[in-house]
Ligand binder design. Structure first.
Ligand code: FES
Ligand SMILES: [Fe+2]
Length: 406
């Protein structure tokens, strides 16, 4: 559980909040590159960390991200004309470039120097790996994009996906680091009860955690015969990334819980392989606004008959099963003071502890190191059987960390 105070501290991300300040030290993947498909295309609404923004791609291909409300009289620049290296407000024609400078003010006298005094809030944006990344922090602290492995694989070797989730970002992150839910929430049932998950029938994993350069390594150990253990190791990478261990398949799944505001988030995923093409995978079936077709309003299309006969939840789709539980944990922003955490919640506890430690350090003026160490993000996750004598830290070095990090 968390005190009411710590729960507020760790979940709220608006301007001026401690967690919001920590998030503003990192690049945030906020849009798919495909949402801005070509120069001078239609601008796109974007809300991140409780701020209403507009994103556009200029004539020369650069991406601009501006406060969406025009500094003249607050019209929404989303209606704007994207033309000749800038976005022009449709109300009175003021025009802004990617740096937020007012480059034209056609309704003022020709000799007026008023435009020079106008500066719209603008944030740096970069198009990489299928996402538009946005940096909303202090300009002098601008970091590098984390060196995720999938950023540099051929486009055919990765699938990027985006969905909107109606809950606080931490509820999603906590689900990703919680390896103990998988055999239940994502499990199946047969005539003799629950079926083994990933060919493993042990439903009481022993958890161990370790604070590391990128955040926290969370290991879940399950019994796998007399000689071996089945290990699943999930990295939690600051501030909201994970890589889900995926048994028996060679594709990795990277996840990001990007806060839109305190009550909604973007769930970004990348399924990638370092060495072979990855076929299209919809992850969740979404509409043009990235909203899931199975959603809270239609009870995620739960099938109670299916729940009796073959599926633990009766809800189709692994990611939709996650959404069903995450979007309502006593509401979209969980009251963690009312929880009862057990031994299987160790990964969740370690993740919260790391985030609280970082945000409290920043409150005292101590900057996080991770944004400026992109190579600590060069890693994978792990799910494998190993002889009992092998330490999991050894498995992590061998199979998770990529060459230069070991
Ligand atoms: S409100 Fe935008 S130009 Fe007037
Ligand atoms: Fe899950």
């Amino acid at each position: 559980m968390l005190s009411k105070r710590d729960n507020d501290l760790i979940t709220h991300v608006g301007p001026g909040t401690p967690m919001g300040e920590l998030m503003r030290r990192y690049w945030l993947p906020g849009l798919l590159s495909s949402e801005l498909p070509e120069p001078d295309c239609a601008p796109v609404r974007l809300r991140l960390l409780g701020e209403d923004l507009v994103a556009f791609r200029t004539t020369s291909g650069a991406v601009g991200v501006l406060d969406t409300y025009c500094p003249h009289r607050n019209a929404n620049l989303f209606w704007g004309r994207n033309e000749e290296e800038g976005l022009r407000c449709v109300y009175h024609g003021w025009k802004f470039n990617v740096d937020g400078a007012c480059v034209d003010m056609p309704n003022e006298p020709p000799r007026s120097r008023f435009a020079e005094k106008i500066q719209q809030t603008s944030y740096p944006a970069v198009d990489r790996g299928g996402f538009i990344w946005v940096y909303m922090g202090p300009p002098e602290k601008q970091p590098q994009i984390p060196n995720f492995e999938w950023l540099d694989v051929p486009e055919t070797h990765r699938n990027v996906h985006k969905r909107v989730q109606d809950c606080n970002w931490l509820q999603n992150l906590e689900g990703e680091v919680d390896s103990s839910h998988a055999p239940f929430l994502h499990g199946s049932v047969g005539p003799d009860g629950m079926q083994p998950y990933n060919a493993n029938a042990d439903r009481q994993p022993v958890f161990q955690v370790l604070d590391v350069d990128f955040g926290v390594a969370i290991a879940a150990r399950r019994e796998a015969g007399p000689e071996e253990y089945y290990w699943r190791i999930t990295p939690f990478m600051l501030p909201f990334y994970t890589i889900v261990p995926r048994a028996r398949e060679t594709n990795y799944i990277w996840t990001a819980a990007v806060p839109i505001d305190d009550l909604t988030m973007f769930g970004m995923t990348v399924i990638w392989s370092p060495d072979h093409p990855v076929p299209p995978n919809p992850v969740v079936d979404v509409d043009a606004n990235f909203r899931a077709k199975q959603n809270k309003a239609n009870d995620y299309l739960i099938d109670r008959e299916l729940q009796k006969t073959s599926s633990f939840t009766g809800i189709r789709g692994v990611r939709v099963q996650d959404m069903a539980v995450q979007e309502d944990q006593r509401g979209p922003l969980s009251e963690r003071s009312r929880e009862h955490l057990g031994a299987s919640d160790l990964g969740v506890i370690a993740t919260r502890r790391m985030l609280l430690k970082q945000l409290k350090a920043l409150q005292k003026g101590q900057e996080p190191t991770q944004p400026h160490r992109p190579d600590v993000y060069h890693l994978r996750s792990l799910a494998l059987n190993a002889p009992r004598a092998v330490e999991w830290q050894e498995l992590m070095r061998e199979h998770m960390l990529l060459a230069h990090q070991r």
